[in-house]
Write a protein that binds this ligand. Sequence first.
Ligand code: SF4
Length: 468
Amino acid sequence: MEEKHEECGVFGVYSQESRNVAHTVYYGLYALQHRGQESCGIAVSYANKISYYKGMGLVPDVFADGMLEKLPDGDIAIGHVRYSTTGASQLLNAQPVVFTGKCGKVAVAHNGNLTNTKQLRDELIAQNAVFQTSIDSEVIAILINSLSDGDILTGIKRACTKFKGSYALVIMTTDKLIAVRDPHGIRPLCIGTIDGEVVAASETCALDAVGANFLRDVKPGEIVVIDSTGIHSHMMDGVPKKSSMCIFEYVYFARHDSVMEGYSVYEARKLAGKLLAKNYPVEADMVSGVPDSGNVAARGYSEESGTPFVEALARNRYVGRTFIQPEQSQREDSLSVKMNALRGNVRGKRIVLIDDSIVRGTTMRKIIKMLRDAGAKEVHIRICSPVIKHPCHLGIDIQTYSQLIGAYKSEEQICESLGADSVKYLTVEQLLSTCEGAKTGFCLGCFNGEYPYPMHDYEVDELKINKH
Ligand code: SF4
């Protein structure tokens, strides 16, 4: 749960007839809320027009007060929940991006982050393109338009040869819903069906939320076009043999009831806990997870070791994840509001505390202090991923080496800095073994510095200079 920013969630629906498709998107976005809590939006295609509404905040708040009902009935709709990865946090940057161009009216919703935004933006500005926002998703929209010859598929195919970075897109014209996944498959995207309608979503939990049946994952490098003639698959050129899905989707980002690439997120997390128990055992009275993301693994640890699972921390369900606010100062303030130690459970106890990862260490340090103040005798930290040593610019906001405690401290130093009795991480090999059931390769860039491709915009300033 620590200080990582979510990326975004996308959802789209195609219906053969006009109805309140915005409601379907609303429930889909509700299920994807964990992927972005800063802003959201829904766009509806009807009668050759696109109507949309976007706002700052959570889905139920933005679409309260009759705003959902104000969206017209239509046959296609897409939606987006956002955490800012590029572009400042403001309404102007909320998605979907809606524009009128060579292909008529188009709406684009993007999960991921381009690593060559600056270069593409500069090139487009040199060709007199005008930008309304600071987000890479507008670069995606404008490039698709500028490379199109009036056919949206041509524009998308050509634009995808220029994009570097991660992108899972849902795109809507007045007669098509299109789902696109980058050639490395870094961010997830799947499609499902319900009563003859087609749904596209970042995660299967959103399909479940609207009663859709899972059809399949969108393949890395695939462009799926859904229109009145059916579902049509097109592949980009030059798709690498090995895909590189972000392994953190299994560790943390996805909801644990989602299934990605044929493998349950819940299973991966439980296995991570079991491996921690097997490889890094410790004499303890109880094992607990940092809520909510450490809980499944804590149950796995408990099953494997026989150490009782007991809750150590109570979470205030009405406060978003600690990293919902873009500013560090806001994040730090929110922790003590967000959780509290269960004194009766932890007093005098030797605790194994499981979390998904450690980024800066500031949150974990406070949690350990909270547990010790509540009377815990020992606090042993077990982490379901390897040490994060490198930034991520592929959709998760870990921008510089200086933000990462693992980039400049050894495991012993991290343990000392956090004030824990012991700290152990899964190795890269162990983490990979928790995901063996997934039909995909993985990006491991934040652990080993090997990204699916060069980091372009980011290379000079952060990756090379800021290393401590
Ligand atoms: S660098 Fe890490 S967080 Fe970023 S996409 Fe790769 S595995 Fe995911």
